[in-house]
Each structure stands twice: as C-alpha cells, then as structure tokens.
Design a protein around this ligand. Sequence first.
Ligand SMILES: [Zn+2]
Length: 66
Amino acid sequence: MPPSRTLRALAGYEHPTQLAVCPECAGYALDIAAQGNRYGFRCQTCRAHWDWRPGEGWPPVRSPGS
Ligand SMILES: [Zn+2]
C-alpha cells in the first residue's frame, strides 16, 4: 500500500492524524507502514519504533527534555 493511502486512512479515522507524534521525542516526522490491521511507526528523529492499532490508546508521549 503506498504511503499516501496509509496517511489518508489514518486521517479518516475518528482521531486526527495530529495525534501521530513520537512517544519518545514528540516529533512528527514518522514513517508509517500498515501491517494488517496495525500500523507500524518509526520516528525519523530519534529512531524509536512502535506499533499501534485503531482503538488502542496512543503510547504516552514523553515531554521533550524529561
Ligand atoms: Zn522520536
């Protein structure tokens, strides 16, 4: 699936895309890959990676610098 379709699917979800921030550094530069009904995320800034499924809570975002 091309990345643009993945992003559109996320944007159409009930939660806005802006919640897609890195839990580690609160960065927005993320690589997103659909994996079945899950999404794999990788932060381009700090290289943290995690996955998320619609309906799950987003991982807690650390405050930058803490
Ligand atoms: Zn990060």
